[in-house]
Design a protein around this ligand. Structure first.
Ligand SMILES: [Zn+2]
Length: 321
């Protein structure tokens, strides 16, 4: 089985954006050391709009960020295009970023504005890399509708998308995606909607793996966070945007979410791998965020990699096919 672990490299978008050191530089350094130890590649999706804004703020360590990206690029990790277009309206105030999430996704912009954002963000990212990017992941999974930016994506050299997770749906503001009717295949071609197969499509969807998480999982997650914050509190020091589902909901019904390397979610990686093997899936795509790593999660992730790096093949996203 091919396993691709992908990392969305970014700050937080809630009331506290968090520091560049704790959300990005430090946890990513640890991930790169881990990758080096087991000689496996990762795929990083740096938040391009954020990096462009960092250029204006000396406090945001943009030279260190660029150095980190160039250094993972030189080591053979893949970099993809990740777009959170709300950065167009973000402002720097009292040493922190204030986000206006009324324009959170590309579909909140006109087709022309959105296409220009794609073009600008992709060319900025490509200027840092040894090879142009091929893969895209929409910020907050909000890749629909794709048609208004399809042409700009093609021009930017994008041919793969990994924003979809089967069964996922969130229409709570500012999110908007519905992946409840995806093809049953492991991956598929598409043209206008990454969740709809079009055999003539120019793009290929490589979905993030997904599975159901029981209320018990979230009970454990919340209780451990309270009892042992040193192990279970994220290394990143920001607060997530609202709209990801309330605590009460998570504790009372099962949720279909991504297979994730974040914090306590990493305890479910072995279950996800078994499930993928039973289904004869050719690959397993895992999502994670350096900002959401925990001390506990880092250890669990390392055990997962140590256990499987010889009998499975860890690859970059564009190498799963
Ligand atoms: Zn993101």
């Amino acid at each position: 089985m091919k396993i691709a672990i992908t990392w969305d490299y970014e700050l937080f978008f809630g009331e506290r954006s968090g520091s560049v050191e704790q959300c990005m530089l430090e946890p990513t350094d640890r991930l790169l050391t881990l990758a080096g130890k087991y000689k496996i590649p990762f795929t990083f999706f740096p938040d391009a709009g954020c990096l462009i804004k960092f250029e204006e703020q000396a406090e945001c360590h943009h030279e260190q960020i660029k150095h980190q990206i160039r250094s993972w690029d030189a080591k053979g990790h893949e970099t993809g295009l990740h777009i959170h277009p709300h950065w167009e309206k973000s402002i720097w105030k009292e040493h922190a970023w204030i986000h206006d999430l009324s324009a959170y996704k590309l579909s909140d912009f006109s087709a022309e504005e959105a296409s220009r954002i794609v073009e600008r963000y992709a060319s900025y990212m490509n200027s840092l890399l040894s090879q142009p990017m091929q893969s895209y992941r929409a910020g907050g999974w909000c890749a629909q509708p794709f048609a208004p930016v399809a042409e700009a994506m093609k021009k930017a050299g994008i041919r793969l998308d990994s924003s979809v997770f089967k069964g996922g749906k969130n229409t709570t503001n500012p999110y908007q995606y519905d992946f409840t009717a995806t093809p049953s295949a492991s991956h598929w071609k598409f043209t206008e909607d990454p969740a709809v197969l079009d055999s003539e499509g120019a793009f290929t969807e490589i979905p993030i793996a997904s599975m159901d998480y029981s209320p018990m999982f979230f009970w454990k997650l919340f209780v451990l966070g309270r009892l042992n914050p040193g192990q279970h509190k994220p290394i990143g020091n920001g607060l997530p945007a609202k709209g990801g589902g309330s605590k009460k909901e998570l504790l009372t019904r099962s949720h279909r979410l991504c297979v994730s390397a974040d914090g306590y979610f990493s305890t479910q990686l072995n279950r996800a791998l078994r499930k993928a093997q039973q289904a004869n899936d050719p690959f397993l795509v895992v999502i994670g965020h350096p900002k959401a790593l925990t001390q506990f999660g880092f250890k669990t992730l390392e055990s997962f990699i140590a256990q499987h790096h010889r009998n499975h093949e860890f690859v970059t996203l564009s190498s799963v096919l």
